[in-house]
Design a protein around this ligand. Sequence first.
Ligand SMILES: [Zn+2]
Length: 326
Amino acid sequence: MNKKQDWNLKNLVLEKIKEQGGWVNAHSHLDRAYSINPQSLELGNEHLHKKWTLVDGLKKSSTIKQIYDRMAFALERQLEQGVTVLASFIDVDEVVKDKAMKAAQKLKENYQKDLKLVFINQALKGVLNPQARFWFEEALGFVDIIGGLPGKDAGQEAEHLDVLFALAKKHKKMVHVHVDQLNSPKEKETELLIKKTQEYALGGRVVAVHAVSLAAQPVKYRQKIYQEMQKNQLMVIVCPTAWIDSRRSEELAPIHNAIAPVEELLEAKIPVGLGTDNIADIYKPFSDGEMWTELRFLLETCHFYDIKELVNIATINGRKALGLIT
Ligand SMILES: [Zn+2]
């Protein structure tokens, strides 16, 4: 590199990411990407839990071709950035039925020469009511990894994880679970996830996605969680811009930015991968799916400047979390 460009740390990081096999986007929801428009923008202000059902209209009216087109458009924007591995949750439930699965199958056929695609089912209707459970099980033959959203079965989070983990064992698949998304000390889903991982002896197969609320806990609690995570070989995926919009609240917690405590997790030898999460939909209307933006927010919010580790977060840690390498 030209000496005059020594100040350009972004280029340095980007070069190293390329050398290390390219970006790994370890968490996205391509089936709803680019579905935002000026009319639906106002829905962006609704609470997360309401958005879980607000997308029903879109899911019901979309054809397989429309879902495919959204996914393909998003995928091509990812390829342009040098993404070589892309993991996407896809909704499989009584509203969208098997449409997103069929679109994802076609995506796999058409793009498998360009990048590694990993699909994970989104349990947006939970897994406990019989209809939701039916579609959850329908997805298992197709997806590479089992996905979970215990918050959707609020009050029965443990039962939700029981369903996930029993089937993960039976189908010998990894599990990615959305946990601790609301940046509140009241949430302790990561703790429950660890407990269940231990109970089902699924060490090395379970990934906590987001784990933001962990940062709202006192240091003693966090340290204990890290020890337990390490013992049970849990991994973490963060999507920084997805949760930096965490709402102002009067709850009291240790001062922190709204992101999992990445630098502490790495210090405790817990691999952390990176994802974009939602792209240009009612969850994240202005997200453009740029991996550099995600990495930049991570390094700024955690004040974390270790270039080697940042490159690992953007590459091999994602591969680990997706079970592509050990
Ligand atoms: Zn997600």
